[in-house]
Design a protein around this ligand. Structure first.
Ligand SMILES: NC(=O)c1ccc[n+]([C@@H]2O[C@H](COP(=O)([O-])OP(=O)(O)OC[C@H]3O[C@@H](n4cnc5c(N)ncnc54)[C@H](OP(=O)(O)O)[C@@H]3O)[C@@H](O)[C@H]2O)c1
Length: 272
């Protein structure tokens, strides 16, 4: 049985992760944590997410270390916010608990701190800005196309629901990194965030990222390769958050065979 703790337990993703854990024969939810000042503290998380009492109370995020030490989960699953996830991973690593992190908006500095904590405490970790299986195939494909069409103009367009906190999305940033790497760009090279005003002619080689926000769009990503007289668009659309949850469940199971002290991604989980 894989024992799991979930942070961001009452969030859009946390709620769905918990419902899925409850459906798995080989997984057990042992702890659920909300924000530090959550008014739900002490309430049963099953009642809160509408599946009835499951005997797991929501704890304040401030009690993370205490709860991990008491409940001894095998894995912490985190879908929260960048700075919170960074702190949660550090605490989790110090408690010897492996992590699956879907939280996006992690800065290079935060990722550095996360890698250090994982390395130092020899825990196992999967971190991915997009856990959907199709999205990870999309990551594979765009790098290959960028290598072939290396002189085409490339733009990344992402669309998400109106509540999304970070922009551009973690998936769009990863798509940029993959394309930049495929083109052999300098690692300090950066993207053009949208365009406004008299920007003039497109600079050869620039890569734009455009963030659309509205309604309940779960997550669309397009990479556009435009040449003279034609264009190719490679698109991934998430129809439901279940796509991310299914990937996260695979990541949890992958941890049993993952290397310790290294941050893995969904490419490792899926073997692609
Ligand atoms: N990797 C992927 O496949 C994937 C897919 C979808 C989303 N995401 C990412 O996952 C993250 C969460 O997305 P979401 O849509 O679920 O957001 P959300 O609904 O806003 O949930 C965020 C959760 O974090 C909790 N939280 C807020 N402040 C906190 C704090 N200081 N300490 C501990 N917990 C705190 C919130 O608790 P309260 O409600 O009590 O404030 C809430 O439960 C985002 O970064 C999003 O981009 C990743």
């Amino acid at each position: 049985m894989i024992k799991i703790a979930v942070t961001g337990a009452n969030g859009r993703m946390g709620t769905k992760i918990i419902k899925n854990i409850l459906k798995q024969d080989d997984m057990e939810l042992v702890a659920a944590l909300g924000s530090p000042d959550t008014p739900l503290e002490g309430k049963d998380v099953g009642e809160v997410i509408g599946v009835g009492n499951i005997g797991v109370p929501i704890n304040s995020a401030q009690k993370l270390a205490e709860v991990l030490k008491e409940k001894r989960p095998d894995v912490l699953v985190d879908f929260t916010r960048g700075h919170i996830a960074t702190h949660n991973i550090k605490v989790s690593a110090e408690c010897g608990v492996n992590v699956v992190i879907g939280t996006t908006g992690l800065s290079d500095e935060q990722l550095y701190k996360i890698r250090k904590a994982v390395e130092k405490n020899r825990i196992k970790a999967v971190i991915s800005p997009n856990m959907a299986i199709g999205a990870n195939v999309f990551f594979k494909v765009i790098g290959g196309v960028a290598k072939i069409l290396n002189d085409y103009d490339m733009e990344i367009i992402e669309a998400h629901h109106k509540h999304k906190a970070d922009a551009p999305s973690g998936t769009a940033l990863k798509a940029y990194e993959i394309i930049a790497q495929a083109l052999g760009r300098d690692k300090d090279d950066t993207f053009v965030p949208g365009r406004q005003g008299m920007v003039g002619e497109r600079t050869p080689g620039e890569i734009g990222i455009h963030a659309v926000r509205g309604g309940d769009i779960i997550g669309d990503h397009t990479v556009l390769f435009a040449g003279d007289g034609e264009r190719i668009e490679i698109i991934h659309r998430a129809h439901s958050r279940q796509s991310f949850v299914t990937g996260a469940m695979k990541a949890v199971k992958y941890l049993s065979r993952a290397p310790a002290g290294v941050v893995c991604d969904m490419g490792d989980v899926l073997g692609i």
